[in-house]
Design a protein. Structure first.
Length: 320
């Protein structure tokens, strides 16, 4: 029994559990591009729309791009190259996809990572305050504020914030990339929905943990309410928040597509939108693969962290 509940066995099982998910991610990444309407060969030849390719030219382009092969053959070739780090070449620009991704990923991460950090910090602090005094006026304001963040689409918040800042706060740029000030609005907008959910989750966790036996025992030993909250209740409420934020990071990567386009950031978002509009299969497939793998790895890291910190999680997973 001790061996079955050991950290090494737990890690091995969670890693093996992710393998089928990664295979599913590769299938989705490959098929999504092929299921979209339009002929990639046509877009590769037509360019800006002023040139109309002939049937022979389309046939030759499909053959050159490998689109004349059965889907199974195309998938096997694509996954083989992807495992070797070759994500193909853009049909539209002729640039290797991995080169373009390497240039744009730092821009996306410069927005996504601070957004998760802001959502975690603000959500935990405000959720703790609301959970510690659930019937206070402040808790009501925090609940209303978090609900508004959850209900407001990020693109609406982006447009409104751009209009307000452009008129009143001249020192904050509303578009472009190059300085930390350029990232302020995109980070806050991208973090908005996640911040609202984190606040609600932390509030519920604090309320639930406050009623458990260990909290009553800590109070009976003479500890102040603040000490019980900081030393016992908050640490016990944090593991679900950690799991949520790890999963939310992959969601923020996907959500950056619209936000980057609105704020004119040269990240993955603007790149993949151009790829979708031009039916650039390697670009679309690489982006879906990246975000899918990021989600699976984030889930794995969250599971491992929760299991290694809390033996109860480890036992529940291994006995299930």
């Amino acid at each position: 029994m001790a061996l079955n509940h050991s950290p090494g066995v737990f890690v091995a099982r969670r890693v093996l559990h992710c393998l089928p998910l990664l295979v599913g991610v590769t299938l989705c990444a490959f098929l999504l591009g092929h299921l979209a309407p339009g002929d990639p060969a046509y877009f590769a030849l037509a360019g800006d729309g002023f040139f109309e390719p002939t049937v022979e030219e389309l046939s030759l382009m499909r053959e050159r791009l490998g689109l004349d092969q059965p889907l199974g053959v195309q998938y096997a070739r694509w996954i083989g190259r992807a495992m070797g780090g070759d994500l193909g070449t853009s049909f539209r620009t002729g640039t290797p996809v991995r080169v373009e991704m390497a240039r744009r990923i730092p821009v996306t991460l410069a927005v996504a990572v601070p957004a998760v950090m802001v959502a975690g910090l603000v959500g935990v602090v405000l959720g703790t305050l609301a959970g510690a005094r659930p019937h206070s006026v402040g808790a009501g304001i925090i609940d209303a504020w978090s609900g508004a963040l959850i209900a407001t689409p990020a693109f609406v918040l982006a447009v409104v914030s751009m209009l307000l800042v452009a008129e009143r706060v001249r020192w904050i740029p509303v578009a472009g990339f190059g300085t930390p000030a350029h990232l302020l609005l995109p980070v806050l907008v991208l973090a908005s929905g996640t911040t609202g959910v984190t606040t609600r989750l932390m509030r519920s966790g604090v309320l639930e943990e406050s009623t458990k036996r260990f909290a009553w025992y800590a109070r009976s030993r003479g500890l102040s309410s603040a000490a019980v909250l900081v030393r016992h209740i908050v640490p016990s409420a944090l593991p679900p928040i950690t799991t949520f934020l790890a999963n939310a990071f992959a969601g923020i990567l996907g959500g950056s597509v619209i936000i980057e386009s609105i704020f004119a950031l040269p990240g993955l978002g603007t790149w993949v939108i151009a790829g979708v509009l031009n039916r650039d299969l390697p670009v679309v497939q690489a982006y879906v693969l990246l975000t899918g793998v990021a989600y699976v790895l984030a889930q794995l890291v969250a599971d491992l962290a929760a299991g290694l910190i809390d033996p109860r999680v480890r036992r529940a997973v291994q006995s299930g």
